[in-house]
Design a protein around this ligand. Structure first.
Ligand SMILES: CC(C)(COP(=O)(O)OP(=O)(O)OC[C@H]1O[C@@H](n2cnc3c(N)ncnc32)[C@H](O)[C@@H]1OP(=O)(O)O)[C@@H](O)C(=O)NCCC(=O)NCCS
Length: 171
């Protein structure tokens, strides 16, 4: 998928060094599920690249800004009746924050989810401690759907989770 400034493409083994460099950041891990390790080693990167290639429950893309991977965005598929919806996950290397890159990447992957995969809804779950991610979703046209209070535990703290959704206008 080609955007104005970036493209979304599949990961390859050659992405492992940059994946390690940018993912190895506690500020990123603090906003993601615990399956995202910290520290993030070269071994973690190779594990994830294999997972992305083999796992049919998730469609993973590298965010490539012209000189290689700078982040990751993925669609996480849901079972049974929830298959109409798909969950969005994403992170960006810290040197690239604040330049509007993630809203563009989300626009591309939502188009893919609606037009190619025919999902009726894309949603994202954001910790209440992550205002930057809430803002990104609002900029990408998502609406706040609800708040699950005290829904998760992250780094020993109980947090609320805000759900944002965008629906397919054609379905
Ligand atoms: C969240 C993240 C994806 C943002 O990507 P990005 O490409 O930097 O997004 P943007 O360039 O649109 O900038 C972030 C927006 O949030 C705003 N923002 C940043 N920190 C903020 C804060 N503490 N409070 C309020 N708004 C904040 C910025 O001002 C900007 O909005 P603006 O364009 O209206 O000024 C990136 O910071 C990241 O990867 N964070 C760690 C992982 C993560 O949180 N993933 C999402 C899990 S749900």
């Amino acid at each position: 998928m080609q955007g104005r400034d970036l493209k979304l493409r599949r990961l390859t083994a050659a992405d492992a060094p940059k994946l390690t460099t940018y993912a190895n950041n506690p500020k990123i891990a603090a906003n993601l599920m615990d399956r995202f390790p910290n520290p993030y080693t070269l071994e973690s990167a190779h594990w994830f690249i294999n997972y992305a290639a083999e796992n049919e429950g998730e469609s993973v893309f590298a965010i490539d800004w012209g000189e290689g991977l700078i982040g990751v965005i993925s669609l996480i598929f849901k079972p049974d009746i929830y298959a109409a919806s798909v969950e969005l996950g994403y992170w960006l290397g810290e040197p690239f924050w604040g330049q509007g890159i993630m809203p563009e990447a989300i626009g591309l992957i939502v188009k893919h989810a609606f037009e190619d995969l025919q999902h009726s809804r894309v949603y994202a779950n954001v910790f209440h401690t992550n205002p930057a991610s809430r803002r990104v979703l609002e900029k990408a046209g998502f609406e706040r759907e609800g708040i699950a209070r005290k829904a998760i535990v992250k780094n020993g703290r109980i947090l609320d989770v805000w759900t944002y959704g965008k629906v397919n206008p054609r379905l």
